[in-house]
Design a binder for this molecule. Structure first.
Ligand SMILES: Nc1ncnc2c1ncn2[C@@H]1O[C@H](COP(=O)(O)OP(=O)(O)OP(=O)(O)O)[C@@H](O)[C@H]1O
Ligand SMILES: [Mg+2]
Length: 496
């Protein structure tokens, strides 16, 4: 086999309270896609941030084509042909697509920005990904998936020799994913080194030739994908044999309706939606991206205005009609969009966990908060969810992506609502953590909560639901019982 194009040798990186990388060796070859795999907090993003010049390692060396290189800034990385598609996008919402893509290196003519060339190169780069956006469009007017495509197009602009994808598909539609995978195939043919971080094993088996698995800042194994099974990888990642709980189904007794929605409408988005959720049941809401599945949850919780319809919740032994604004007293919502709706990044884990729950944490002397109780409660949920932190005072911004998502879930658990909407609750979580969240969903149902779970992962929905509702273009088109098949769900969502 040829020499590796890229080598990282004995890389160490510590943060206050955690040794994120404990001397990691990493090799990648030209023309291959290497899967970098590991549980939440294993050190994947940290290792790639070192390669991308975003973090300085405490020790270690980077070699490209056998020669040691110094990378201390993202610009250094870019000069060595390294491009990075980040896990969490950090684009300015008010900038145009063209400005976002060229912010660091506008094409110039005689020292003046050449807008015509900028525009053309922008259109070309986007076309390569099958996107026909107008370069003048503002970032904030794009869907998260389209924003991600802009981020990918930006990375491709510099004709990189090494490209890092850190969970690139979490907000893409299936069509966008197909397009991305085609682009990755063609990059490989051109000899580009692709480093691919994901928690989705089907992507690993589809796209990658080789894998390296990290656990707690150390390499625990890897090899050629063709020699590895799904179980091998999961076992390496989480270091246990408890893979079976991945598909265990909860059991609970289903009782009276606790939420009744009738004729919920919002022009162009939701068309006359009616459904019930009963005590102790988990209803899987399935539909394609953009079918209105998130919008149902947002409308019920009062985050989006509605044009018509009624919402009733269980209160004092009967059903009581509520105004959208009151819903938050009964309904909890775990969102997929932890950046925008979920978390206060500069604040501590402890405060984020108690955020949804300030009233319960107040003493009789409300509004004064019982800080001891706040600490005790937060500790309890950190343990229950297995959130990996160095202390309760750690800023949420410094947690790994998956652990941030667990904080969002923990926050709502504390509040103990009788109805839950969970929109992609396990997005970005490793397989072990996904199983933890699913177990918690089962426990909540067994304790008598009613839950509606939205997920793009059909296996996840199938493993959770007592019943399924299917959306198509803003309408609820089908209700299916527990025995439904994947094919039935998919067909209904496609409008068949
Ligand atoms: N800026 C920081 N300050 C303090 N700790 C940090 C910082 N960045 C990362 N960490 C810690 O380093 C460890 C590794 O985090 P990293 O983000 O590399 O994990 P990851 O493998 O990418 O996980 P995920 O799959 O959840 O994204 C975690 O314990 C994390 O909390
Ligand atoms: Mg990460």
């Amino acid at each position: 086999m040829a020499e590796p194009y890229l080598k990282m040798v004995s890389v160490k990186k510590g943060f206050p309270g955690v040794q994120a990388l404990k001397g990691v060796d990493f090799e990648a070859y030209a023309g291959e896609a290497l899967a970098l795999i590991g549980a939440n907090g294993a050190g994947k993003s940290t290792l790639m941030n070192v390669l991308g010049g975003i973090l300085r390692p405490d020790e270690g060396e980077i070699q490209i084509e056998g020669r040691a290189v110094t990378i201390t800034t993202p610009l250094d990385a870019s000069m060595h042909g390294i491009a990075f598609v980040h896990q969490e996008m950090a684009m300015l919402p008010t900038l145009s697509i063209a400005d976002t893509m060229f912010v660091a290196n506008f094409p110039t003519r005689a020292g003046v920005i050449d807008y015509k060339t900028t525009r053309e190169r922008c259109i070309q780069a986007l076309k390569r990904l099958g996107c026909n956006f107008d370069p003048a469009t503002r970032i904030r007017d794009l869907s998260p998936g389209d924003q991600q495509m802009v981020e990918i197009a930006r990375a491709l602009l510099s004709d990189p020799r090494i490209i890092i994808f850190d969970e690139p598909t979490s907000s893409l539609t299936s069509r966008e994913k197909v397009r991305l995978f085609e682009v990755i195939q063609s990059l490989k043919k051109q000899g580009v080194t692709v480093i691919y971080i994901t928690h989705l094993m089907d992507e690993v088996f589809n796209i990658c030739e080789r894998a390296q698995v990290l656990r707690n800042g150390e390499t625990v194994g890897g090899g050629l994908i063709k020699d590895l099974t799904y179980e091998d990888i999961v076992r390496l990642m989480i270091g246990t044999k408890e893979i079976n709980r991945y598909f265990e189904h909860h059991t609970s007794t289903i009782g009276e309706p606790v939420l009744k929605v009738e004729g919920l409408s919002r022009k162009g988005v939701l068309d006359n939606i009616s459904f019930e959720l009963r005590k102790g049941e988990v209803v899987g809401l399935w539909g394609l991206l953009g079918s209105g599945r998130t919008e149902i949850a947002r409308a019920v919780v009062g985050l989006d205005p509605i044009d018509g319809g009624t919402i009733q919740v269980r209160a004092n032994g009967g059903l009581k009609t509520i105004n959208p604004g009151e819903a938050k007293n009964w309904v909890g919502m775990v969102t997929e969009n932890r950046r925008e709706e979920g978390l206060l990044l500069p604040m501590s884990v402890k405060h984020n966990l108690s955020l949804a729950n300030l009233r319960a944490l107040a003493d009789r002397l409300y509004p004064f908060i019982n800080f001891k109780l706040e600490t005790a409660q937060s500790k309890k949920y950190v343990e229950r969810l297995g959130i990996k932190i160095s202390s309760l005072e750690q800023k949420v911004a410094n947690l790994s992506g998956g652990n941030q998502q667990k904080v969002v879930v923990g926050r709502w658990l504390q509040r103990n609502p009788i109805i839950f909407f969970m929109d992609e609750p396990t997005r970005g979580l490793d397989v072990g953590a996904k199983a933890d969240i699913r177990a918690i969903i089962g426990e909540l149902a067994a304790e008598g909560a009613a839950l509606m779970v939205i997920s793009s992962d059909i296996d996840e929905i199938m493993s959770l639901g007592d019943r399924y509702l299917v959306m198509h273009r803003g309408r609820l088109v089908k209700e299916l019982g527990a025995g439904a098949s994947k094919e039935e769900l998919m067909a209904a969502a496609a409008g068949v």
